[in-house]
Design a protein around this ligand. Structure first.
Ligand code: C5P
Length: 397
């Protein structure tokens, strides 16, 4: 729900602007106040009348509109909201934001604002892939701008690929996660998720069957309680949750580096299924079949990320949580693992094939902490995530 929340919505000039009309409706349905700003190019795609009718208030368009300045100056307008949303964020608007240009109302608001900003890019696939746009995105991400989408698919221009604006409900979910009020507001929580891929050569890799479902559910549940979630994910089947800061990695070594770069954090949860070994003999050329026999692979041990963070002499998160997937003697093995790794809590689960847990929707976990072992009944991975998030909130109090 977004009751009492105020969104400043900047509508840029792209065909996706029609979806922003629906976005306004969806936001207001959930109780949000929406103050719309329409760029000159935006008004070529949707009319000021439709925007203001749906928002239930006048739309701001011009920087030097004296009436508006008398009622509300542009600096004040940039500060009234809980979140500034740019949808569609065109290549041009993003370039202006990255450069700090302020030559119209939208860009001036974006430069003057001190509230968080979320962009929903929409543009032709070539424009999206252009190095200039990619450079701008990198700059905007480094500046702490949030992003939702773009999605891949058919485009109005007849091409196919990434560049379609996220759907209104995806944008709403992202906004809800960002503005969630809850006991974890102000807390920074790191979550690792998914498998890692360890290359053998440029086209082959070693992986595992982790779908990333439990990690994604956790990220979502923590964000829903107001946490700022840094979500470090390997190549998972399940998409990352909306409204979290996503860092994508492939290998265990990259995951460790991303985790270390994301600290300090109030809590860290290691839900990733990290490969124990990497191929130390990985080739930078594709291995060929040869008459001389099969290729020989040699392995090196990957760093244990959970253990490394648990045993950090300085800057260790106050609460470090690991998972233990076991097939037998679950509690004994997980209790020993907790001591070995040095983490605070372990969530142990039985992943023997007959449980159907690995890759399934449900999980049956035992929480192991200083207080001993606490068995949780079998429930959906989302419910496990919500229960764990509530426990974390209690512990971080
Ligand atoms: O040792 P094992 O893989 O069973 O431990 C599982 C826990 O340790 C999980 O929380 C997993 O995310 C974490 N882990 C890790 N780095 C590794 C291996 C496991 O963070 N290299």
């Amino acid at each position: 729900m977004l009751a009492g929340k105020h969104i400043l919505l900047i509508i840029g000039g792209g065909i996706a602007a029609f979806k922003s009309l629906d976005l306004i409706r969806r936001l207001r349905e959930r109780g949000a106040e929406v103050t719309p700003v329409l760029t000159a190019a935006g008004s070529e795609f949707v009319t000021p009348l439709s925007v203001s009718a749906l928002a239930g208030k006048p739309v701001f368009q011009a920087l030097f509109d004296l009436n508006d300045e008398a009622e509300m100056g542009h600096i004040q307008l940039s500060r009234v909201a809980d979140l500034v949303v740019v949808a569609p964020a065109t290549a041009d608007l993003m370039a202006k934001m990255a450069q700090g240009l302020a030559n119209d109302l939208a860009s001036t608001l974006l430069l003057a604002t001190d509230t968080p900003v979320l962009i929903a890019p929409a543009m032709n696939v070539r424009m999206w892939q252009h190095p200039a746009t990619q450079r701008n995105i990198e700059t905007l991400m480094a500046d702490g701008i949030g992003m939702v989408g773009p999605n891949a698919g058919d485009m109005a221009c007849g091409e196919f690929g990434p560049g379609r604006m996220a759907e209104p409900l995806e944008i709403v979910a992202n906004i809800e996660a960002r503005l969630a009020d809850g006991p974890l507001r102000g807390k920074r929580i790191l979550v690792t998720s998914g498998p890692t891929h360890e290359p053998i050569d440029p086209v082959r890799y070693i992986a595992n069957r982790s779908s990333g479902a439990q990690g994604a559910a956790l990220g979502r549940a923590l964000a829903a309680l107001g946490a700022h979630v840094v979500f470090v994910t390997g190549p998972a089947d399940v998409p990352p949750p909306e409204g979290v800061e996503v860092i994508r990695v492939q290998t265990a070594l990259q995951m460790l580096e991303a985790v270390q770069g994301a600290l300090p954090a109030d809590a860290a949860i290691f839900a990733a299924a990290v490969a124990d070994w990497r191929v130390s003999s990985a080739s930078d050329r594709k291995l060929k079949k040869s008459k001389d026999g099969l290729p020989e692979l040699s392995f090196a041990e990957n760093p244990d990320i959970l253990k490394t963070v648990s045993r950090m002499p300085e800057g260790r998160p106050g609460l470090v949580i690991g998972f233990a997937a076991e097939t037998n003697d679950v509690v004994d093995n997980a209790t020993a693992k907790r001591a070995r790794k040095g983490c605070d809590w372990i969530l142990a689960n039985d992943v023997s094939p007959e449980t159907g847990i690995m890759g399934g929707d449900e999980n049956a976990v035992t929480l192991i902490s200083d207080a001993g072992a606490e068995v949780w009944q079998r429930m959906g991975k989302d419910a496990v995530a919500r229960k764990l998030a509530a426990r974390i909130a209690q512990a971080l109090g």
